[in-house]
Design a protein around this ligand. Structure first.
Ligand code: ADP
Ligand code: MG
Length: 282
């Protein structure tokens, strides 16, 4: 009897492997023992093990999407201190976290000085999109411009553009740090233009719109790029001074303040703007 049982278990594992159901393979005996104790019928057992398989598949797929997005580092909305950045519309960020903008092919633009949390917010929202099943890819603008130029030189541009076209969300980080070459600007415009109403774009920039010509070179190209990008677009401004700088200043200031006078959240929030250039001389 015992050998018959172990024979059928070996066979069962073989079938589950052939059917590519590894989680059921790993869990079936444990769940069977529990179902026997709890007096659950066969269908309940089947429901339980198939559910486990599905959940594990979804988890792995989300992990793959997260890896494929190539974020330079992972960030989450939970670790973003909204009180330190009161200009950021928290309700809008929460709404974007639900990802409906992706179904409507809307864009998101983060504008603000360096160190004000643009990339943090962009990665957090884009990672939320990955876990909800959307295909995402993160690029620094200069990296994408270089890739586009190289691809064009190797006649691989169609392949690269094909891969971009399959995305639900294309994140373009740091628009404006380095001016694009004429070819780079044209190829970037082409990406923005192709994405228009097909793929959502999420762009972070330190440049106000009236300075975009400095990066893209021509006014005509800048106008056309902005026109497509800002049509159906959520704009989030991260005003104030760099979070890193503020953090460093707070650390420098701390030993000089009396015990128990550490900066409460509402005070640090209110201090974000007036602090610029005004404090931190210690
Ligand atoms: P930006 O892209 O605007 O230059 P980053 O998003 O790279 O700025 O932010 C710089 C660093 O400060 C990052 O490590 C980021 O996680 C952190 N940071 C910025 N703003 C906040 C915030 N409001 N709460 C928590 N961490 C923040
Ligand atoms: Mg950044």
């Amino acid at each position: 009897m015992k050998t018959l049982e172990s024979k059928s278990i070996i066979l069962l594992h073989h079938h589950l492997k052939a059917l590519r159901l590894p989680t059921i393979g790993a869990e079936c005996e444990k769940v069977a023992a529990r179902c026997a104790v709890d007096n659950h019928d066969h269908l309940t057992y089947l429901l339980e093990v198939t559910e486990l398989e599905l959940l594990e598949r979804e988890r792995k797929a989300a992990e793959r999407r997260l890896k494929a997005a190539r974020f330079p580092v992972l960030k989450s909305l939970e670790s973003f201190d909204f009180t330190a950045r009161p200009s950021v519309n928290r309700a809008l960020v929460a709404e974007l976290g639900r990802c409906e903008y992706l179904d409507k092919r809307e864009n998101v633009l983060f504008v603000g000085n360096p160190g004000t949390g643009k990339t943090h917010l962009a990665i957090s929202l884009a990672a939320a999109a990955c876990s909800k099943g959307y295909r995402v890819r993160f690029y620094r603008v200069t990296e994408l411009a270089t890739l586009l130029i190289e691809a064009r030189d190797e006649r691989a541009l169609l392949g690269l553009k094909g891969r971009l076209a399959k995305l639900d969300l294309l994140v373009l980080d740091e628009f404006g740090y380095v001016p694009a070459s004429k070819t780079g600007a044209e190829l970037l415009f082409d990406v923005v233009s192709t994405a228009y109403e097909r793929t959502s774009l999420m762009v972070t920039t330190n440049l106000p719109f009236d300075h975009w010509t400095e990066v893209l070179g021509s006014e005509r190209l800048t106008g056309a790029t902005l026109d497509r990008l800002t049509h159906r677009c959520h704009i989030i401004e991260t005003k104030g001074e760099s979070y890193r700088l503020k953090d460093a200043k707070a650390r420098v200031r701390k030993p000089t303040v009396s015990a128990g006078a550490s900066v409460p959240p509402q005070e640090s929030a209110g201090a974000t703007e007036p602090m610029e250039g005004g404090e931190g001389t210690s």
